[in-house]
Design a protein around this ligand. Structure first.
Ligand SMILES: CC(C)(COP(=O)(O)OP(=O)(O)OC[C@H]1O[C@@H](n2cnc3c(N)ncnc32)[C@H](O)[C@@H]1OP(=O)(O)O)[C@@H](O)C(=O)NCCC(=O)NCCS
Length: 161
């Protein structure tokens, strides 16, 4: 998907596309610098691309600035990771990624999408809230370093008819 994002004095070309192996170093760098993103090993990243997951990157003028990854089982899908490079945040890139992910899921007849988020991760919670995710549960002390509960958020595709 191609689109233009208008900044104060600039017009940048934003593109969301499927991730390929060459993107992995940039994706890992973005995740490493995003403490609240899921932290995966290089092997887990490699496996991600060959396991039928939906893995999308967002490019700004041909540079990977963020990614989203998730998997589906029948009608239920999970967002496993999403991160945008810190200097590129609050410009709509995370929202673009999430929208494209939901579009992919809908095309695969998915009915709902869930994810876990740290309770204190207000930026991510606001993003999901904006996309009409709702709180569906809590996993006590789910995260380590620092220990914290996870909120389970769910998105339901509107059913026609
Ligand atoms: C969460 C994250 C992906 C959002 O990416 P982003 O590109 O900054 O998000 P967007 O610019 O598309 O923001 C969309 C909306 O989310 C909300 N939002 C995003 N960042 C926010 C912040 N720091 N504070 C408050 N609301 C925020 C706002 O409602 C925003 O809409 P607005 O800018 O019109 O007000 C990004 O902050 C990130 O990479 N965080 C680190 C990794 C992480 O925590 N991942 C989630 C794991 S569950």
């Amino acid at each position: 998907m191609l689109c233009l994002v208008h900044g104060a004095n600039t017009e940048a070309m934003i593109r969301v596309r499927a991730a390929v192996a060459d993107d992995l170093p940039q994706m890992m760098e973005i995740a490493k610098r995003s403490v609240t993103a899921a932290q995966w090993t290089p092997e887990q990243y490699q496996k991600m691309l060959s396991s039928g997951r939906v893995v999308l990157v967002i490019e700004d003028d041909a540079r990977v600035m963020g990614f989203i990854a998730g998997r589906g089982a029948a009608e239920e899908w999970e967002i496993e990771n999403v991160a945008v490079a810190a200097p590129a945040r609050r410009r709509g890139l995370g929202s673009h990624l999430l929208g494209e992910f939901l579009h992919h899921v809908r095309n695969r007849q998915g009915k709902e999408v869930f994810l876990e988020v740290r309770e204190s991760n207000h930026a991510a919670r606001k993003l999901y809230e904006k996309w009409a995710f709702i709180e569906a549960g809590r996993r006590k002390s789910y995260y380590q370093n620092p220990p914290e509960d996870a909120l389970i958020l769910k998105f339901y595709f509107p059913q026609m008819g």
